[in-house]
Design a protein. Structure first.
Length: 100
């Protein structure tokens, strides 16, 4: 089975309802909706109060939620959070630039 050379991002895991978690885990574990570069899980600010946090506080809140939540704590840590997504995209862009 050929996969697309794409990367996926799942956001707002805090809004996943009971019973939906399994389908998200199948995607994150490359069992469903397979993409060449896989998927990353990020958590965006949930409300206006969180939107006012500085970047460092926001990333810490995201990290604590994703790694401390029983639903998402079992996901590969290299695929959790905005910083890990940024690293992957940055490396991919650098590789593309070097290839030119």
């Amino acid at each position: 089975m050929e996969t697309a050379h794409q990367l996926g991002v799942l956001t707002k895991p805090d809004l996943v309802r009971e019973g939906e978690h399994g389908s998200w885990m199948r995607i994150l574990n490359h069992e469903s909706h397979v993409l060449h570069h896989g998927y990353y899980l990020t958590r965006l600010p949930a409300d206006e109060k969180e939107m006012k946090l500085d970047t460092k506080e926001s990333r810490l809140l995201e990290h604590n939620y994703l790694t401390g939540h029983q639903r998402w704590g079992k996901v590969d840590k290299n695929r959790l959070g905005t910083p890990k997504l940024g690293e992957k995209v940055s490396k991919g862009l650098s590789s593309m630039i070097e290839a030119v």
